[in-house]
Design a protein around this ligand. Structure first.
Ligand code: IFM
Length: 682
């Protein structure tokens, strides 16, 4: 196999643009389908081959189709598959799972996914080549060209249609799929079971279906132009989708491909970062940039970036803090309008955050840990199962992991600082900052004895330690968000008094509230480096926990699938963290601590971190760069850039499927390249 080795079955070309996966292994199919995703922020089509189905995790994930089925979680819906094409010869299906050779490719320059299947059928050697992309020129369009050749004459049964067998993670969202045919157009119409979103999937097929004789050396070509539209796009998606399909079909595959390539060329003009050195680093970086772009619904400010993008339904197609801390910052430098629309999304979903705050007894807006189209909390009470007892584990991600609220405010602050876009602050950011400040003010607890405010009973970034007090990262972020809210109030009072008055009127903001924010800002307990060791304690009492390393606690597992965290996991009574926490603080608030503090804490906490989240390596890499440890920084970069390509994250934890593209790792990789090695700063 030519090219440079990325993984045992994966290569890249000399230029670092093309990825090639050899073979089809059932145990890599979750990862390969995600890695070779064709997408455009509106839809994602997994990197499977055209004859495959639910067993191989074929999925067309469509944004803005949140639905709750069979009493499970609210998640995005997977649509009927318009790109299904299967060939049988003498009763034998030509299929990746049965082939002698299979190759899947991704050309990152144009987001074009390719596949080659070579299979001996009787005396003949049959080759199928596939090219497919999700158009950036028309986000509703998918196009595929399927070409069959044989070295001997064969009689082929071609089955090309919309496949209504749908892989869905949590229940059946489309219980009835109506299939119709109008001339060359196949139509699938279905409505989500709970949310009532109508999804129309159309396929225009060019080429033979049924039985065809292919002479040796001849080609049999099936081209599919497909369109997906939903009733969240337009009131009546059927006619709108037909009009788009007519245009796409008239243009044909080559014209659609060249329009898509043109759009990608424009994107890469600003997004590409050239690595002088290792081509595997280069392709890892481009792969990350590609996925960070296609997971982002840049066409709208109504929708979030999912933690797994549109690569599957895991994590419900919804945003975590990952969105602001990992996915958004790259766009500050490349396409600031996209960064802006992500923040506008948070503004538009403030009501959901207000509902969460009110439900839990707080003021203001408490952003959801898992946030979909409305901003209401999507995170279920139970995420994992105790594999030893079979009992559900009640985690408190949804009610205690409150740093997400100040984290969003931090990005409003950074966005305005980098872009100078004060309009965003006036029209959207101020309301976010004020409502979060209200929430924080109602969340903190005053200790009269010491004269300080505490944050108690929460989760910091390290999710294995729940129910902790005064988490250093959180307390510092809370203070920063309050300071920003106060500054924003002062700035608007000075420069935009009318806008401030209108906003204050609308949200009923009183001047004594600002005094309250100032008071908490000035008296917030802020864990500081120890005078002797420079160490910052992760949370109150952390240093009293057992001081062991990840390998020590791993050795205590009774079952490899055990959940390590709260309440009874092996890490809970130890200093072993799932992911960076103090190190996260040193990244996000780099200016607040000097290099000696950064070094001491990196050296202490990194060996105690299990890197049990794909968010982990990028944060460590950023701090390693800061302290000048470039070797370790490069190691962190490679681990984050290649986590999906090498499939080194666990696909199932505590009984929960969490496969898909780790989009935070993608954004983190890009930040390591430009903010870290590239020197642009945090
Ligand atoms: O937001 C993260 C969290 O920090 C760790 N678990 C996965 C989430 C989604 O990526």
């Amino acid at each position: 196999m030519t090219g440079h080795e990325v993984g045992p079955t994966l290569r890249t070309d000399d230029a670092g643009w093309l990825l090639t996966e050899r073979g089809w292994e059932a145990d890599r199919s979750v990862a390969v389908g995600s890695n070779f995703l064709a997408g455009n922020g509106y839809l994602g089509y997994r990197g499977t081959t055209p004859e495959q189905g639910p067993d191989e995790y074929v999925a067309l994930v469509v944004t803005d189709t949140y639905d709750c089925a069979d009493g499970h979680w609210r998640e995005l819906t997977t649509a009927p598959n318009p790109l299904f094409v299967a060939a049988s010869i003498e009763g034998t299906i030509v299929a990746a799972t049965a082939a002698d050779e299979v190759e899947t490719t991704l050309d990152l320059r144009s987001g074009t996914v390719g596949a080659r299947i070579v299979q001996r059928v009787g005396e003949a050697t049959v080759t199928i080549d596939v090219e497919r992309f999700a158009s950036y020129d028309d986000l509703h369009v998918l196009a595929q060209r399927w070409t069959l050749r044989s070295d001997r004459e064969v009689v082929v049964d071609v089955d090309a249609r919309i496949d209504d067998r749908i892989w869905s993670l949590n229940g059946t969202h489309l219980p009835e799929v109506r299939l119709d045919t109008e001339g060359d157009v196949r139509i699938a119409t279905a409505t989500t079971v709970d949310s009532g979103v109508e999804i129309v999937t159309l396929a225009h097929l060019t080429g033979p279906t049924g039985t065809a004789t292919v002479a040796a050396g001849d080609e049999l070509v099936v081209e599919t132009a497909a369109v997906v539209m939903t009733s969240n796009d337009v009131d009546d998606p059927g006619p709108a989708a037909r009009a788009r399909l007519a245009a796409a079909a008239a243009a044909g595959f080559d014209a659609l491909a060249s329009a898509n390539t043109d759009r990608w060329r424009e994107i890469w003009e600003t997004m590409d970062v050239v690595v002088e050195g290792d081509v595997v680093d280069q392709v890892g970086l481009r792969f990350s940039a590609y996925h960070n772009r296609i997971c982002t619904p840049a066409h709208t400010d109504r929708l979030p970036i999912g933690a797994r993008g549109l690569s599957c339904q895991a994590y419900q197609g919804a945003a975590f803090w990952d969105q602001e801390v990992y996915n958004l910052p790259p766009f500050l430098w490349t396409e600031p309008d996209i960064a802006r629309s992500i923040l506008v999304y948070r503004h538009l979903t403030l009501d959901g955050a207000r509902r969460k705050a009110a439900r839990l007894g707080y003021d203001g807006a408490y952003f959801a840990w898992i946030s979909g189209d409305t901003g209401d909390e999507l995170c279920p009470d139970v995420f994992f199962t105790d594999v030893l007892t079979g009992r559900p584990i009640r985690n408190h991600f949804n009610d205690w992991q409150m740093h997400v609220a100040p984290d969003v405010v931090t990005l409003v602050e950074r966005y305005v600082a980098v872009t100078g876009d004060v309009d965003l602050l006036v029209d959207h950011g101020a309301e976010i900052a004020f409502e979060v400040a209200r929430f924080l003010h109602s969340f903190v607890r005053y200790d009269e004895w010491r004269g300080v405010y505490h944050c108690i009973r929460l989760l910091g970034p390290d999710e294995w330690h729940e129910n902790v007090d005064d988490n250093a990262f959180t307390n510092h972020q809370v203070r920063r968000a309050l300071a920003f809210a106060v500054e924003t109030h002062e700035r608007l009072a000075a420069d935009h008094p009318e806008a401030l008055a209108a906003l204050a009127d609308r949200i009923g903001l009183r001047s004594d509230e600002i005094d309250g924010w100032r008071r908490v800002r000035d008296r917030m307990l802020l864990p500081q480096p120890d005078d002797d060791t420079d160490l910052i304690e992760q949370f109150a009492g952390f240093f009293e926990l057992e001081d062991v390393r990840p390998d020590d606690v791993r050795a205590r597992l009774l079952d490899p699938g055990e959940y390590w965290g709260w309440p009874n996991g092996v890490a809970v009574a130890t200093q072993v963290s799932k992911q960076p926490d103090v190190v996260m603080l040193l990244w996000q608030q780099a200016g607040a601590f000097d290099d000696d503090v950064a070094r001491a804490n990196y050296e202490y906490y990194e060996p105690r971190c299990a890197h049990g989240s794909t968010l982990s390596q990028a944060a460590h890499g950023m701090v390693a760069i800061r302290i000048g440890d470039l070797d370790r920084a490069l190691d962190h970069f490679r681990r984050t850039a290649l986590v999906d390509l090498r499939n080194t994250a666990h696909a199932v934890v505590g009984g929960t499927f969490i496969g898909g593209i780790h989009t935070a790792a993608c954004g983190g990789t890009y930040q390591l390249a430009i903010n870290g090695f590239g020197g642009l700063g945090v």
